[in-house]
Design a protein around this ligand. Structure first.
Ligand code: LMR
Length: 400
């Protein structure tokens, strides 16, 4: 019955890893997916995560029962505090409904489906460009996806004027997806002053913010600093949605652990919102997995472990910053034509190189370097050992 089925294309990001795995070359480098690697090019399990897992395993009262539909209650509370701040008025006033979801993607999808069912405006504006999965997640959730200008290829920076214009002409009440920090794929974030202008504009037009926070701690190395944009929007008392992921900042990629929080107008509304979120989740996957959320809760509730985590997180962020400098220096040494200062100016896990899809294909073909076709490279996949090879490849691609 499926004989007539067409072969589906590989995913533009995860498909890069599929192609990389098939390549027998010993010099191959995977800079596609945003996943942290050590200097030795190996995946990293944080020491604090290992410690938390050991504690969980040694706990004789540990069971494998179903979690509630909304997930681990302790995890939900701690996640909301992590992003909104311990003294957040919205938390103190019990105006936040938080549900544990399957990492960032699952949180976005549950939030999208909730909005499609219960919110009066079904159009969501996403930045141009954005993470390739965003339009698919929201379209399948039942929303209409439009974009707003975000990145200016000429300056390799923010198109702030374009952003303001596009949000100004969005219909009142429209949903707006915002990357909380370390914008993926560009590595370009608004300044705090620009965030404030965005906030004022959005609130004046009743645009509903839907934040995606996949890199808290990766932009500045500080969890609180990276949450500043979000906290500005919570401080004004307005409503918003927040999708959180622990994939990158705790290295829990495959555990699929994240949270969706909806900041509501009152505690009473938050209770009803949570009840409706349960109706979205139950037929989708019933209830979320227990292990990853237990690891996160163990770390977040213990001040020693929390501090240990922040040190390890900063270590990852610092290694990425050092990769930026080394790549920039290597291109300078080679005299590679062009201004490469954006490599050190952009923040977070990625550099949006400006290389076009032909140059990306050339680098894959000739140098076995794998990256997404939009020219994004995951700086977290680089090491001192692989930088000369990447620099040679970039130099050859732009001078060929
Ligand atoms: C990425 O952009 O590389 C990550 O968010 C991983 C993913 O799922 O695409």
């Amino acid at each position: 019955v499926f004989a007539g089925l067409a072969q589906a294309p590989e995913d533009p990001i995860l498909g890069v890893t599929v192609a990389y795995n098939k390549d027998p070359s010993p010099v191959k480098v995977n800079l596609g997916v945003g996943a942290y690697r050590t200097e030795e090019g190996k995946p990293l399990v944080l020491d604090v995560v290992r410690r938390a897992e050991q504690m969980l395993i040694n706990n004789p009262s540990r069971v494998k029962e179903y979690l509630p539909i909304t997930g681990l209650a302790e995890f939900n509370k701690l996640s909301a505090k992590l992003i909104f701040g311990t003294d957040s008025p919205a938390i103190q006033e019990s105006r936040v409904a938080t549900v544990q979801c399957l990492s960032g993607t699952g949180s976005l999808r549950v939030g999208g489906e909730f909005l499609a069912r219960h919110y009066h405006e079904r159009t969501i504006y996403i930045p141009q460009p954005t993470w390739g999965n965003h339009p698919k997640v929201f379209t399948l959730a039942g929303l209409t996806v439009r974009s707003y200008r975000y990145y200016d290829p000429a300056t390799r920076g923010l198109d702030f004027q374009g952003l303001l214009e596009d949000l100004s002409s969005a219909p009142s009440g429209a949903i707006v997806l915002l990357h909380a920090c370390a914008h993926n794929p560009t590595g370009v974030d608004p300044t705090l002053d620009q965030w404030e202008q965005i906030r004022q504009l959005m609130r004046s037009k009743s645009l509903l913010p839907f934040f995606d926070s996949a890199y808290q701690g990766f932009a500045s190395g500080s969890l609180d600093k990276d949450a500043q944009s979000v906290r500005m929007f919570v401080a004004d008392g307005g409503e918003l949605l927040m999708a959180q992921s622990y994939a990158k900042n705790m290295g829990l990629y495959g555990e699929r652990v994240g949270a969706l929080s909806i900041v509501c107008g009152s505690a009473d509304v938050a209770v009803r919102v949570e009840s409706q979120l349960k109706l979205v989740i139950r037929p989708m996957y019933s209830n979320p997995p227990i292990h990853g959320a237990s690891i996160v809760a163990t770390i977040l509730k213990d001040s020693d472990m929390f501090n240990e985590w922040t040190v390890e997180l900063k270590g990852m962020a610092d290694r990425i910053i050092s990769m930026r400098q080394q790549l920039f220096d290597a291109l300078k040494t080679r005299g590679t034509p062009g201004d490469w200062s954006h490599i050190i100016k952009q923040i977070g896990m990625f550099t949006f190189t400006g290389l076009n899809s032909d140059q990306v294909a050339f680098m894959r073909q000739e140098y076995h370097i794998y990256m997404t076709s939009d020219g994004r490279i995951s700086m977290a996949g680089l090491s001192t050992r692989t930088i000369p090879h990447l620099s040679d490849a970039i130099h050859a691609a732009v001078t060929k």
